[in-house]
Design a protein around this ligand. Sequence first.
Ligand code: FES
Length: 355
Amino acid sequence: MTLPQPPMSLLAELTHRCPLACPYCSNPLDLERKAAELDTAGWRRVLEQAAEMGVLQVHFSGGEPMARPDLVELVTLARKLNLYTNLITSGVLLDEAKLDALDKAGLDHIQLSFQDVTEEGAERIGGLKGAQPRKLKAARLIQASGIPMTLNFVVHRENVARIPQMFELARQLGAGRVEIAHTQYYGWGLKNRDALLPSREQLEESTRAVEAEREKGGLAIDYVTPDYHADRPKPCMGGWGQRFVNISPSGRVLPCHAAEIIPNVTFPNVRDESLAEIWNNSHLFNMFRGTEWMPEACRACDRKEIDWGGCRCQALALTGNAANMDPVCSRSPFHDIVEKAVEQAETPELVYRRF
Ligand code: FES
């Protein structure tokens, strides 16, 4: 049997604990508690096994990864193993001493999230009072440290008009890269879809703002558009079980951050088996790998090895079966679900995520 290529990136979700309460949180509906989290030895084992497999990058994420006191130790080990290290953080727990320790540990890159450019907008989405000044302070500390920084803005109906100011802020703070990511409606985010989904006009306006900024140059820009306005699905995670592996706080090994909604599957755990064994041989990772599992229409499609069938978690959430065609695809018999959602988007109250 030919073994799959090893994953390129590993997302280490060190904890689900987070001081923010974002309504678009893509973590699962049932968050894992602190008592269930892998301990330091468990995470060290994961990093060693990942390096042995040939993984190139590790993204320390959460929740808020800075809530873990062993973060510096894990970054130090990852660097020793020659893994590229990225910290994905909200910045609200970052101070000078912690940043200095991370810098000394060899941290390669920080992705700092902002909920908005205005204090009011940031508090409304993040649900944490005083978050914006703390984030700005964190960004200035990172800028002064010289660690390469990406600013991440999740955009939606309420803040999409402020994309030009987001770029302005990124330039002021010395970020080399900006990610403008339209909200994706997985996990908790699906609960708030009708309140957050932008109109087609808003989407077009946001695309124009991104293009105008690209023309100016000097800033690398990643732009993630909202699935619901597309007619071809995105290759979620670069294809199921092909490039990315997620480890949940308790050590579950997943092909994507939302996969825990897949029913009737045993989720493999690094406490029981090696990462390589899970990646190569587990039922979960082989369920939707490649093209054999696809419905006939997808198998006959010339894009089958471009979009890899789209997003399995979205197919499950919207149609009740993860093996169905992604409803985002205009050729899917379920495409009307997405079209109706776009028409019905309204302004109900936000449902906040509290740990
Ligand atoms: Fe799970 Fe897209 S989020 S496959």
